[in-house]
Design a binder for this molecule. Sequence first.
Ligand SMILES: *Cc1c(COP(=O)(O)O)cnc(C)c1O
Length: 462
Amino acid sequence: MDLEKVNLLRNIPSVDRILKNEKIKALITEYSYSQVRESVRKVLDRLRLKLLNEKFSVIDEESIVEEIKRQISKRYSLKPVINATGVVIHTNLGRAILPEEAIRHMVEIAQSYSNLEYDLEKGKRGKRYTHIVEAVKRIVNVESAIVVNNNAAAVFLTLNTLAHGKEVIVSRGELVEIGGSFRIPDVMAQSGAILKEVGTTNKTRLSDYENAITENTALLMKVHRSNFKIIGFTEEVSIRRLCELGKNKGIPVMVDLGSGCFIDLKKYGFYEEPSVQEVINEGPDIVTFSGDKLLGGTQAGFIIGKSMFVEKISKNPLMRALRVDKLTLSALEATLMLYLDEKEAIEKIPTLRMILEPPEKIRKRAVRIMKMLKNKGIEANLKEDLSMPGGGSLPEAGVKTYVVAIKTAQPEELAKRLRYTQPPVIGRIKDDSFVLDARTIQEREIPLLGKALEQVFFSSEY
Ligand SMILES: *Cc1c(COP(=O)(O)O)cnc(C)c1O
């Protein structure tokens, strides 16, 4: 190396020196100290490389500082947020946090070529769904399975394949709307199937289905109500009885289960939610459900059931447009593996862990958060409250939880300011308080939460 270069390299300022620059210090009030230091390191490293590879370069502190400012503002639009709402399956906040195992498998598959569609035994083209089918079959006693983009796609593809131009009989009490953009009648229309509503909003009997059957009936369909309940003077037909009718008449039965859960949640007090196994045991031909609701994996739609129907659906040309990529498949495969041991599933799948976490454990976390805030000089109180862990997935009235309540004259203003912190914090407003539900706050996020609140309470403009 020539002497000139050695001298130049020597002249690169140290990280500490740059951190003392007034403009950089100003950045520290806007971003966290560690974010700024990280950017300083990156820019200095890049400068060092540039000096080694190029003939001439000048070192001037001003331009280094400008480069650091540019570097730190180059942040992504999609970013992590702290979910302090208590809603575990929160569609707007990305639904499921993936298990570590799924993340690791996803990274491993993303970094390399894989046997995505390659049969290693035969040395020729294989099927991308084999990786999932085997995993599903180990959990549920089912003949066949495929996965598509989401449950909406699963319902659409099933209807389009099995009932295009034909009638599908559904109870009026099950014509649900999920999250605004998914309405059973609309999906039905788009798929080319003809909706035949039977019964009334509160009561549908087996004879209602039976009387509606004609030679043009392609499917009997049951839809899980997911986000609402019908109480009072009600009657509905069980999946088992509908399947008996279907068998007698030679018409297949489909169940849109919505939030497929592989664990019997009744054991834990969630009485409304049948497991996928239970539903399959009732005898339907096709069952569809989401990958990122109670299952706790990535966005996906499962179509499982009798081989002859699943095969037919998998051959629909639209399958290609709705197929899932390798990242989804790898995350799902790893998540499904965890279900082979129920205890492991509850510990390692964040969605299940948060939904089933005992209130006492949530309370301990809330106490820690409260103490941390108090140490920072932020007045906060521990309160018992109710979370709605399922979002639109479990129509429960609420489950006991503990929150940290911050009393403020302007809770809306505090909520708004917390949406601008790094990372943003989303909570609930209750009466004259902003509340942080400890159920959905991750252990590793607690220090970040403290920093975010500090930014809001002690930055000059608040
Ligand atoms: C959530 C839900 C859907 C839509 O599932 P996505 O995976 O969000 O597409 C369809 N049907 C029912 C009953 C649901 O609960």
